[in-house]
Design a protein around this ligand. Structure first.
Ligand SMILES: [Fe+2]
Length: 369
């Protein structure tokens, strides 16, 4: 988008000078060049004009009583950074004019001035202003594009990880659809607990990814039909740490998700794995997923036991409330699903979950640096 040039459309210029003769002279020159000219006798008056009128170009004297050109220039730069300012100064004060350029004036005119010089400087200042504005718009557009691409890369990564979880679960008839069901339970509990949409989505994403670390667990152990030996159980439980390690570089700004993945086998009393966290060290997001994960595991068949029905699993939730499970999370689960007949839920259609809007990752987004 380019701004109309002087010859196409009349541009408003504000002339600021405390000396009436100079002010008039400048006004006449600029009017003859095709500008609509406003005048102000002081910096204060100039600011009043700018408050009420859109002015792309200000030509201002430097030495003025009340508010000098320096102060006026500073104020304009702060409040109307896109206004082009040209300073007028005596030949003997070139150093002053240069100081104005450092403060953001686009040019200066030396007194006594020639008509052609005023015209040329005004036009050049407007040209510079146009280029600066175009450049700014271009950069904003570029930043938008980079943000969009970063977002897409995140989505693709998360999509890839979720596909991995699905593939892992699909290999085993006993775990098929587990993470998706846990995401449904957890999201619903989070809503019952009054979490906002961003938090709900983080809980759902954490649920969907909570077992991704099983990619690093030996298949023989994942699918062992009998009870696991202690060392095998230990190896299986490493999936929490492995999962967090896989996701950590991408989800640095979503610690809730990492916490769910790493800590979903922790217990409220501190006897869980991998860190033995207890009480306040376990965020609500994680406590919710622990309840949902356990309920779904209990109501799914395993190679070594049949599926429990909902009432047995709920009795187990009650039995372990306070030691393994957070009481509020269990209560919220029961409030969310008051009818046992409707439990367990069926496996939902596959949804690829993304990070909520506004939760940038630490790696891909340029704006998060
Ligand atoms: Fe797990």
């Amino acid at each position: 988008m380019t701004e109309p040039v002087v010859s196409d459309e009349r541009i408003t210029c504000l002339v600021v000078d405390d000396e009436p003769q100079l002010r008039d002279a400048l006004r006449r020159v600029l009017e003859l060049s095709g500008y609509d000219v406003l005048v102000a006798a002081s910096g204060v008056e100039a600011l009043q004009v700018l408050e009420g009128t859109q002015v792309p170009l200000v030509i201002s004297d430097i030495r003025m009583p009340e508010m000098d050109g320096f102060t006026l220039l500073r104020r304009i730069r702060e409040k109307w950074p896109e206004v082009a300012v040209v300073m007028v100064t005596a030949v003997t004060e070139v150093d002053v004019a240069v100081a104005c350029l450092k403060l953001g004036a686009l040019d200066y005119i030396l007194k006594p001035f020639q008509v052609e010089e005023v015209e040329a400087r005004a036009e050049q200042a407007l040209d510079k202003r146009r280029l600066l504005r175009e450049n700014k718009r271009y950069q904003a557009h570029l930043a938008d594009l980079v943000d969009q691409q970063a977002r897409r890369i995140e989505e693709l990564f998360l999509e890839g990880v979720q596909t991995l979880v699905e593939a892992l679960e699909a290999k085993d008839a006993y775990t098929r659809g587990h993470s998706s069901r846990v995401a449904i339970y957890s999201g619903a509990i989070a809503r019952t607990l009054g979490m906002n949409e961003t938090e709900v989505r983080l809980v759902e994403l954490g649920s969907e990814l909570h077992d991704v670390g099983k990619i690093g667990v030996r298949e023989a152990i994942l699918q062992k039909p009998g009870k696991l030996e202690p060392h095998e159980y230990e190896h299986l439980m490493e999936h929490t740490v492995i999962g967090a390690r896989i996701l950590d570089p991408l989800l640095k700004n979503a610690p809730e998700v990492i916490s769910v993945v790493r800590s979903h086998h922790e217990r409220l009393d501190g006897s869980g794995l991998p860190d033995g966290l207890s009480g306040d060290a376990l965020p609500m997001h994680t406590r919710i997923v622990t309840v949902a994960d356990s309920f779904d595991a209990m109501t799914s068949a395993r190679p070594y036991r049949p599926a429990m029905d909902a009432s047995e699993a709920i009795a187990e939730l009650h039995r372990c409330t306070g030691s393994q499970f957070d009481p509020d999370a269990v209560m919220a689960f029961l409030r969310t699903y008051p009818d046992e007949q409707k439990l367990p839920i069926t496996t939902p259609r596959t949804v690829h979950r993304t990070l909520p809007e506004g939760v940038a990752t630490g790696v891909w987004s340029i704006s998060s640096d």
